[in-house]
Design a protein. Structure first.
Length: 145
């Protein structure tokens, strides 16, 4: 049996069930490749024990060969999905956003527990598209007034 990480140790963890939901949500985005790339960068750019991201949209845009506006749009999409959340002490260059601590965390577990209280876990969305290519579940379509 493997030893668990002692509580006093610092660690980085992605939480599988929430990551799977995040993947499903991102997959529904029209620009999913860019959103995934920005998500991975956000995971890597988490500030220790706080979760806010310290990424530079202009530099990331240059690295990816896209415009800064596209990176900012991807950050907005991740926030709309609940994968990134607002953080009052966040880094303004990255729009004061943090990785939702239910999804991933870098730092001490006891500090994550505090941040969990103010964050909402991701929820699966009902996709209209089935696993089969080009098939739509008509029963899931709703008429809106």
């Amino acid at each position: 049996m493997e030893k668990t990480i002692p509580e006093e140790k610092h660690f980085f963890a992605g939480f599988r069930a929430q990551m799977q939901i995040a993947n499903g949500l991102i997959w529904q985005e029209t620009n999913r490749a860019t959103v995934y790339a920005v998500f991975i960068e956000a995971l890597c750019a988490q500030h220790h024990n706080e979760g806010y991201i310290r990424l530079q949209p202009r530099k990331l845009a240059d690295d990816l060969g896209i415009s800064e506006e596209v990176v900012l749009d991807a950050l907005d999409a991740l926030q709309a999905l609940g994968i990134l959340i607002e953080h009052p002490q966040g880094w303004a260059v990255a729009r004061k956003l943090a990785v939702n601590p239910h999804v991933a965390w870098k730092g001490r577990p006891d500090i994550r527990d505090v941040h969990l209280r103010s964050a909402t876990p991701l929820q699966k969305s009902a996709s209209l598209v089935t696993e089969a290519t080009n098939v739509i579940r008509i029963t899931d379509c709703r008429i809106r007034d």
